[in-house]
Design a protein around this ligand. Sequence first.
Ligand code: NAD
Ligand code: UDP
Length: 314
Amino acid sequence: MTQRVVLAGGAGFLGSHLADFLLARGDEVIAVDNLCTGREQNVAHLVDHPRFQLVRHDVTQPLTVDGHVDAVLNLASPASPTDFATMPLAILQVGSVGTRNLLDLAVAKQARFFLASTSEVYGDPLVTPQPESYLGNVSSIGPRSCYDEAKRFSEATTMSYHRVHGLEVRIVRIFNTYGTRMRPDDGRVVTNFVWQAIRGEPVTLYGTGEQTRSFCYVSDEVRGLAAVLDGPLTGPVNVGNPDEFTMRELAELVVELLGSGSPIVLAPMPPEREGDPLQRRPDITLIRSQLGWEPSVSLRSGLQLMIDEATRQG
Ligand code: NAD
Ligand code: UDP
């Protein structure tokens, strides 16, 4: 059954790919975005689509939408650690007030509410891989706390609306996702390494370079998000790729794929990254067993897709 969907953060990296996915299966998408970290060019190919519209709006301001709505999806939030230093208060505001405005819209429309939460709710995890039941090891005062606590607050608010209003909700915890349409300057590791290697600049390993992440290609991630949106699980549900790599392994792979002469160098951990998690890997038993989802794109193939786009852009 096709749905009418409000997609907050729809001009962002993940939001624009999710818009493509929903439109391709026949849904109508009303993307709501203030473009603080998103880009109109991410949805430029959709502007003439009859079932797509982009509404420029800050979701920390109340929001009304005409007509019926089947689902309200909240992907609105800056997400790169470099944003934690430049816009911490905006991140706290969108996670709290923004989430609440979108929950109120869902209540008013009797729509399903979907929250894009994050593996950052596990903080610097002491358990690996991280199952949904792990309560986390999170600083409430460090430079990452604006994001981590905003997301924890948004999960708590979502579950409170579920309990108080009987609202149908879905919560996903997204693990590091990469792919086409990431901003070259967004500061996240995959974009940094790809663009440094393309430009022949040193590839910067922060700290020891031995910390790990598990990278999910965006097409896999979007399929996982849709599976949770459509499925019966309230969540939270981890959505990510459990293949784990050190940052040094990632740097070596990027340099190899690009045939780049860039040296791989150690650089000090930037202050906004204090508390940088040493390891991160999703336990995806829940989504795999209950919804039959698992990722299929290897890091090598996903990086190649991203490199192809980046080299076309020059
Ligand atoms: P992104 O920055 O590309 O997308 C976020 C979008 O939200 C942007 O288009 C931005 O302009 C918009 N936005 C921010 N504040 C807003 C506001 N107040 N009003 C309206 N729009 C606003 O980042 P992304 O990587 O696509 O992340 C999308 C969502 O997924 C975020 O909620 C993020 O926390 C979550 N997430 C992403 C990852 C990842 O690896 N990409 C990992 C975990 C969680
Ligand atoms: N990182 C790095 N060099 C960079 C950017 C990031 O070594 O130029 C490291 C960072 O310290 C972290 C990992 O890469 O350990 C992932 O960083 P990213 O910003 O992509 O996401 P995070 O998982 O930290 O939110």
